[in-house]
Design a protein around this ligand. Structure first.
Ligand code: SAH
Ligand code: SF4
Length: 350
């Protein structure tokens, strides 16, 4: 019989099983802390449990992270981890070191059904939703590999997949990450990025625990956004912005807008001015991402003059704007480049 994987289980779920085994409740807490806080990976390491219980657990329960297939390191220190979560099912997580913090970028689906015109992930067939354990398992796995003791850790749910199309599993994973008894990641350090699934945004607004929200806006006119992000035909820019105006923001929190700049598609000064007008009144910051070009995508990156001119218009209107430089572009780890691809260079050999 296949063992039940406890990576992804909540404290309550573990408590229920332990109650059935006539074990005291505090044992469940020890197991939960062992898995998520101490990041133990085999029952023999649970020396606080007693040999008999360990053996019983060993028979029925596993502690498994998503199986790592290959890992690549970029010249800039970015690392791309390729996990194989089933036959023909590859997902990726990216580790991005920065001076004052480390960022983990994690996936939520194998492929993505949204199919944005500019995104390599969107070219892949949508295979399945990731389970909560596969989502938090990416974080645990990267922490085990990199450690994050000295630095602050940010988690961005911006890898493969549309997180709000896998709502329940993603929310369960977020609750596990945020739990003080376990992984203990502050929700202020977790950001969920969506292409604009409006019912999902409205549902998220009512959750007791809400991460930071990032919206991949990427256009200022519906006719352009319809073409870039097909779900815009269902939930257009006005509908999306209405949901965002209703979204509760904790003190000093802002919504992040991602705007991928594509030559002659959405990069004109008129677009910049329209963006200023559209977002007026929202607490926000804007991340400009010059398109990461790829042979799979028939679109171009604007010149740096054009990008800087766009940025300047936003800055002139006192909008906080960051220009995103591609990280890990030599190993296909940059935004929108995650496709489970193998690569001849940059591989980390065990
Ligand atoms: N599905 C979610 C999260 C994953 S995509 C979403 O769309 O928000 C993460 C970010 O990468 C999005 O902001 C998306 O607009 C951006 N992106 C996709 N393809 C890109 C590309 N080719 N170049 C630059 N950014 C890209
Ligand atoms: Fe999916 Fe996001 Fe890529 Fe669009 S940009 S195809 S929503 S992963």
């Amino acid at each position: 019989m296949a063992k039940t994987n406890w990576v992804g289980a909540t404290l309550e779920e573990i408590e229920a099983v332990l109650a059935g085994m006539n074990e005291p409740r505090y044992r469940a807490r020890q197991i939960y802390a062992g898995i998520y806080r101490r990041r133990l990976r085999s029952w023999s390491e649970f020396t606080d449990l007693g040999k008999q219980l360990r053996e019983r657990l060993q028979e029925q329960f596993a502690i498994e992270y998503p199986p790592l297939h290959r890992a690549f390191v970029s010249k800039d220190g970015t690392r791309r981890y390729l996990f194989e979560v089933g036959p023909e099912q590859r997902i990726e997580a990216v580790f991005i070191p920065e001076e004052r913090r480390d960022t983990f970028c994690i996936s939520t689906q194998v492929g993505c059904a949204v199919g944005c015109l500019f995104c390599v992930t969107g070219r892949l067939p949508m295979r399945r939703n990731l389970l909560p354990g596969e989502i938090v398992g990416q974080v645990l796995s990267l922490q085990a590999d990199r450690g994050t003791v000295a630095k602050r850790l940010n988690i961005v749910i911006m890898g493969m997949g549309e997180p709000l199309n896998n709502y329940l599993n993603v929310m369960k994973a977020i609750r596990l990450m945020a739990d003080d008894q376990g992984m203990g990641v502050s929700l202020r350090r977790v950001t969920l990025s969506t292409s604009g699934i409006v019912p999902g945004i409205r549902k998220l607004a009512k959750e007791p625990a809400i991460p930071n929200l990032a919206i991949s806006l990427n256009a200022t006119k519906d006719e352009v956004r319809d073409r870039l992000i097909p779900i815009n035909k269902k939930w257009n820019i006005a509908t999306l912005l209405e949901a965002l105006r209703d979204f509760p923001l904790a003190q000093r929190r802002r919504i992040t807008f991602e705007y991928v700049l594509i030559e002659d598609v959405n990069d004109s000064p008129e677009d910049a001015h329209r963006l200023v007008r559209l977002l007026r009144g929202l607490k926000k910051k804007i991340n400009l991402i010059p398109l990461n070009a790829d042979p799979w995508i028939a679109l171009k990156t604007p010149s740096s003059e054009r990008v800087l001119a766009f940025q300047q218009i936003l800055a002139d209107h006192h909008i906080t704007v960051n220009l995103r430089r591609p990280r890990g572009d030599d190993i296909s780890a940059a935004c929108g480049m995650l496709a489970g691809r193998e690569q001849p260079h940059g591989e980390i050999k065990g």
